[in-house]
Design a protein around this ligand. Structure first.
Ligand code: ATP
Length: 325
């Protein structure tokens, strides 16, 4: 068990701010970026000190804090980067839809009742699950066959198109760039996820035939691939990001720092946003050394480094309370 006091005492040993994160997900990038911006770093791990950092000296935290479980640190995290209010809006899929649609961001249509399924739909459960458990249904029968009882779910139309996960960064402090009502919006990269087993299923033939041998598609994320958008889609990408940020400012004081719009582009070149992730997403790990987009703002700028840069800028300007919550 770790207390707020013990985290604070570890941090107090340093004269400067310390960038701390859990040893998972995008930690290599965050530690690497924090070092580049001159911060000391603290890795929070469960049980034992993870060994894999020894293989990546440029991304190894300066110190480790070992805890019994992540729950130990959740309520006690001192000054997380960003606005914690955003979590209320992200984790509830209804509120997420309210936020994005009221911002004018197009989403896949919602089907209210399973009995109303009249086209291919995508059924997902509440909370980020890395795609686990979601399923496609073509009618009410399919739905009943796959739904897990007792879990909160939402039904969206199944959008046929190509998936792009766009990595943005909103800075309330920036004074130049793609200006918003306050600060500026940056685009640091785009990825697509590898999802098992759906991405490889085509090799085995049509879904109906697969069902006969009891194989069901799943959407479990196993990795990420870099992509660039057709350049004529960039204005739309910025407009969507802008709308999401401006609406977040009106609704809850603004989502700060990295976020990702998870989109499907149809053959009419329209984006449908099926989800917003209001934090650093693992797809940014592709761009530790920069991306085709961030290279045009500052070569070598990763999302992890961008977070550290924002903290440094806020610190220099005496505005830390605007980016930490
Ligand atoms: P995350 O960890 O991103 O929060 P999740 O469990 O919430 O994952 P989603 O990201 O919403 O699930 O969806 C998982 C995958 O399902 C997507 O990456 C995409 O491949 C597919 N998908 C989601 N919504 C739709 C949709 N409306 N139409 C078609 N495919 C979809």
């Amino acid at each position: 068990m770790v207390s707020r006091k013990s985290i604070a005492s570890v941090l107090d040993d340093y004269e400067d701010l310390v960038v701390a994160t859990v040893c998972s997900h995008s930690s290599l990038q965050i530690f690497h970026g924090a070092r580049q911006e001159g911060f000391r770093t603290l890795g929070i791990a469960i049980g034992e000190r993870p060994r894999f950092y020894d293989a990546f000296p440029l991304a190894k935290p300066d110190e480790f804090l070992l805890v019994d479980s992540y729950a130990d640190i959740l309520d006690r995290a001192d000054d997380p980067f960003g606005n914690r209010e955003v979590l209320r809006w992200e984790t509830d899929r209804e509120k997420q839809r309210e936020w994005l649609t009221s911002a004018g961001v197009s989403m896949p249509a919602k089907i209210e009742r399973p009995q109303d399924i009249d086209r291919p739909v995508f059924v997902k459960y509440y909370g980020a699950k890395g795609g686990r458990g979601a399923f496609i249904a073509k009618n009410y029968e399919d739905f009943k066959e796959s739904i897990r009882p007792g879990m909160k779910y939402t039904i969206q139309e199944y959008v046929v198109g190509t998936r792009y996960y766009i990595h943005y960064f909103y800075s309330p402090l920036a004074t130049n760039g793609y200006a918003l009502s306050k600060g500026a919006l940056e685009m640091l990269g785009v990825d697509r996820r590898d999802e098992a087993n759906i991405d490889e299923m085509y090799k085995l033939g049509a879904q109906e035939a697969l069902r006969k041998i009891d194989m069901r598609p799943t959407f479990v994320v196993t990795g990420n691939m870099p992509v660039v958008l057709r350049e004529s889609l960039l204005p739309k990408a910025f407009e969507m990001g802008e709308r999401a940020v401006e609406r977040s400012i009106a609704l809850f004081g603004g989502m700060i720092g990295p976020f990702c719009l998870e989109t499907i582009v149809t053959d009419r070149l329209e984006f449908k946003v099926f989800e917003i992730s209001t934090r650093i997403v693992a797809g940014t790990n592709l761009f530790i050394a920069g991306s085709p987009y961030s290279d045009l703002t500052e070569p070598g700028m990763s999302t992890g480094r961008r977070i550290a840069r924002e903290i440094r800028t806020a610190q220099k300007q005496g505005r830390l309370s605007e980016v930490l919550s």
